[in-house]
Design a protein around this ligand. Sequence first.
Ligand code: FES
Ligand code: MG
Length: 592
Amino acid sequence: MSDSPKTFPKLRSRAWFDNPDNIDMTSLYLERYLNFGLSLDELRSGKPIIGIAQTGSDLSPCNRHHIVLAERMREGIREMGGIALEFPVHPIQETGKRPTAGLDRNLAYLGLVEAMYGYPLDGVILTTGCDKTTPALLMAAATVNIPAIALSVGPMLNGWFKGERTGSGTIVWKGRELLAAGKIDDEGFIKLVASSAPSTGYCNTMGTASTMNSLAEALGMMLPGSAAIPAPYRDRQEVAYLTGKRIVDMVAEDLKPSDIMTLDAFHNAIVVNSAIGGSTNAPIHLSAIARHMGVDLPLKDWETVGHKVPLLVNLQPAGEYLGEDYYRAGGVPAVVSQLIDQGLIRTSAMTVNGKTMGENCKGVEIEDEKVIRPFDQPLVTDAGFLVLSGNLFDAAVMKTSVISVEFRDRYLSNPDDPEAFEGPAVVFDGPEDYHHRIDDPATGITANSLMFMRGAGPIGYPGAAEVVNMRPPAYLITEGVSALPCIGDGRQSGTSGSPSILNASPEAAAMGGLALLETGDRVRMDLKAGTVNVLISDEELAERRAKLEAAGGFQYPASQTPWQEIQRSVVGQLNTGAILEGAEKYQRIAQT
Ligand code: FES
Ligand code: MG
């Protein structure tokens, strides 16, 4: 990184601040941006204007530390000869937003595209963090395609309870089982959960936030080694400053998202996702970013490129440790280095620091092999996702790194063994139905049941709810049955260790096969063949479809807000990123 004075290519902000052909408008733009203390000289000096897309707010506590970090970003920008303009991004809070935070990803994307396109910005820092904030910002950067660099806010410090690590999100699933089994009371449950969140930052588990920030770095959109730095660490402040400095250079070099987020970069991200035990939300978000970037990334690539990759990172929910441990063990570069040695990384992929993935990560050592395993001592082999299909859906994803050893040996690992899991379906129409009926013996769930959640996709439960991982009824948990196969058209929290089959597309609300399923139908799940099928004839399925269509189709709750209605009318399915269909035709729209 050089600190010498720069020459910049023709900057798009000149069209606002220095346009002799339209002096009327230029005067208007200039006088108003002087409002908070910038001078005419500065605005007309040819300095690049750098946006700080601010996702932190009181409504978004996971990202709130970005408000502090922005000071250091500004100093870096200023030092390299840029001018910083910070602006708010529509808040997305994973755990606080009703009905789902998934509903807000595309809304934040839309707002950010307008801000980046319609204002005098030459480059932008994307302040990423909580689950949907990272994809929303990368999607917008892909569409607009001005120089952009992501800055993670970083995970919280490790949570602790009675001498054991408690990971955010993951502890909730465990706590619910303890509560259902009568081992803790309500107060104990809340204390246990609160212990997992000891500081500012995002979830300290390898949930969707840690996953998406690791993948932003693996895509090349974040400074190497920066994704995993915990939010309160001093290194986090330092990298905010370095990110501010670097974006100004990127504008000088005209290094844009389209130079970085290539097919190679997406394949690197898929490989890294397997090695870190990343979230099942990652395929949705990477598909969305790729479509806005104009990169063809079929869902099947997750299996063909990612399935054979082992799990190396020992973080909850697939493993034991948490965010601070991940950072101290070396973070993304240490993981990528192991994968480079096996030829699994496209090393020539360009990154935001102007160097390739290979130059950044080759030879980076693991600092703690309990937390990041060397390639030849993995936690789980073949740890990537499976992409399944059948007569209930065209595509669904299964995270294999969290399958129990018994289940894996029995149904997945032995290619000569024809055994498949078969049992009666129990169908729930949305999470409310599940909560009402799960512990009622009349629901008829046994240790052989397969539990189905439908009406939870992007249209049915607007944004797609994280509800497919369902605990068994309390009466089975007390008998020692802690998990049953779960299948559904919704999503699942990245902090869940459940090997559910989820993101099933098309969803029931779009009249996918799940809409036709009835409780009591026998379903066969053959992981080796990659299929899930209901064992009834095509004729019977066609009859059920005709009947349901005549009755007005699959029913789901009415929209409660204008955005719910708008998004439902244009959103695509989870297997293709659940983007606003049609928006992908606007590509690389920034002009100078
Ligand atoms: Fe925001 Fe987990 S709830 S990162
Ligand atoms: Mg989540």
